[in-house]
Structure formats: structure tokens, C-alpha cells
Design a protein around this ligand. Structure first.
Ligand SMILES: [Zn+2]
Ligand SMILES: [Zn+2]
Length: 261
């Protein structure tokens, strides 16, 4: 891969990152940079606070960096979808411009799926709940470019590909159909794949998506500091190549760019 454009990054403009945006200059080399800062209304991880990006300050910082370093910084957001907050989400987005919008399902109104206890769960019920929320998000009026970490709901659970196939296959079929219809990309979240050990689930999902005709795939490290910038992108690219996908998509506003792997 010649050009890297990590499509899922956080800086201190997100509530859970302390990394200054300009610090990415140390690792981005000649590449452009986009961060996808959190927008999570009623966030269970922070006592149901509305964790919103300060768009004005963020835009000012991006403009400042672009002046100094020559138009290489782009604006992105990670929309944490919650049906009960859809009106607020749309209201927040309506007068703001982003080059890239990720769509994420982090929570169900009660808890964040990363903070589920390790107690016994009914896997079938859990999967039904999580993927129904994902489908609801994709069928909502919120527009986005990329579906982020499709396995977030099971990131902290031991789950085999066989279990995922048994319980989630019909939902994931629908997810892929919606991605194709909405011209959205499926993210290969390399933090999930290689830090949370969910690589096999991604292999399964990519194979399914390709079979159903999805052509848009993006790579995102989900880094919250510069040490994980473009984390294991070569490994994730192999998963795409094995399935006959030879390019990844970069979103830059209304412009889509493709890069050969
Ligand atoms: Zn996320
Ligand atoms: Zn993220």
C-alpha cells in the first residue's frame, strides 16, 4: 500500500483520548490525516453525559494545521447511534460539515457493549439485540459513509465464528444489503482484529460481504493515541486481498478516492 489514510482515529477532541491532534504529524509521514471524533449522546460510559465534539474548536484547529502544513487535515466524526437520540443527532449534524462520518453502535441506552459484565449471557438474545440495533441505525435518517467495528457488541465476549454464523448470519446479511443500498463501506477495525482477537470474525464478515456484492471497504485503526496509527494495516489488507478486494476507499467529503492495496 502506498498511501495510508487511516479512516478511524481519535484525538483529544474525543472524550476518551488525550492525544493532541498535531501529534499525529509525528507518524503520518506524507499522508493526509482525518480524525473521527466521538459524538455519543447520553453516554453510559460517562454517566449518560452527552459527549459531543466541539465543532467550532475542532474546525479552527484543522484550519490552523492546514494553513501551516498545506491542506492535509480533514474533518471526521464517529456517530454513536441511539434511536432515542436520533432527533438530537440530526440536529447536531445539520449545520456541520464532515469529510467522513462513521456510524457506530456502542450502547443500548443502558450500557456500553464494551462494559458488559462477564456474567452469563444468552448469546442468541444478545446478538439479536445488538444486530437489530445496527439494522435500525442503518435504516434511520442518519447518513454516514462507513459502518464502524461491526463486531463491537461482541468485542468483549468470547465468541467463535460458528456462533456468529449461527446467531448473526441473517442479521449480517441484512446489514450488508443496507451497506450496498446506502453506498457505505464496511470498516476493517484493526484494533478489534488484532488487539481484541476478532480477526476471524472479520474474515467471516468480509467473505460474506464480498459474496453479496459489497465493494467498499475501509481500514481504521480506532487509535486513541499515535502509537496505534495505521495499526496492522498490512495484515488487514491481506484479508481483503484473499477475498479478491484490491482497493480500499478513502472518504474525503463528497469525493471518494481509491487506493490499490
Ligand atoms: Zn467506536
Ligand atoms: Zn472510535
Amino acid at each position: 500500500m502506498k498511501r495510508v489514510f487511516d479512516q478511524h482515529l481519535h484525538s483529544s477532541f474525543s472524550f476518551d483520548s488525550n492525544e493532541k491532534l498535531e501529534n499525529y504529524l509525528k507518524v503520518m509521514k506524507d499522508n493526509d490525516l482525518i480524525t473521527t471524533e466521538h459524538m455519543d449522546f447520553s453516554n453510559p460510559s460517562t454517566n449518560f453525559k452527552d459527549e459531543l465534539l466541539d465543532y467550532k474548536k475542532y474546525s479552527e484547529k484543522i484550519d490552523e494545521l492546514n494553513k501551516i502544513y498545506g491542506s492535509r487535515f480533514y474533518k471526521g466524526i464517529e456517530i454513536g447511534y441511539l434511536k432515542a437520540k436520533e432527533t438530537d443527532i440530526l440536529e447536531y449534524l445539520k449545520d456541520k460539515e464532515f469529510d467522513l462520518k462513521l456510524l457506530s453502535i456502542h450502547q443500548n441506552g443502558n450500557f456500553d457493549y464494551m462494559h458488559m459484565g462477564n456474567g452469563k449471557i444468552d448469546l442468541e438474545k444478545h446478538i439479536q439485540e445488538y444486530y437489530s440495533l445496527m439494522i435500525e441505525a442503518l435504516e434511520s435518517s442518519v447518513e454516514a459513509n462507513v459502518l464502524a467495528h461491526f463486531e463491537y457488541g461482541v468485542r468483549n465476549i468470547l465468541i467463535s465464528v460458528k456462533d456468529l454464523d449461527n446467531y448473526a448470519s441473517k442479521y449480517l446479511d441484512k446489514v450488508v444489503e443496507l451497506l450496498i443500498k446506502k453506498e457505505m463501506a464496511l470498516e476493517l477495525n484493526t484494533k478489534s482484529m488484532y488487539l481484541y482477537g476478532k480477526g476471524p470474525l472479520y474474515k467471516y464478515m468480509v467473505e460474506k460481504a464480498v459474496k453479496k456484492g459489497l465493494k467498499l471497504f475501509s481500514l481504521g485503526s480506532d487509535a486513541h493515541d499515535i502509537s496505534k496509527y495505521a495499526y496492522e494495516f498490512d495484515e488487514a489488507s491481506k484479508v481483503l486481498l484473499e477475498n479478491g478486494i484490491r482497493e480500499i476507499v478513502f472518504f474525503k467529503g463528497s469525493k471518494l478516492e481509491f487506493e490499490k492495496i
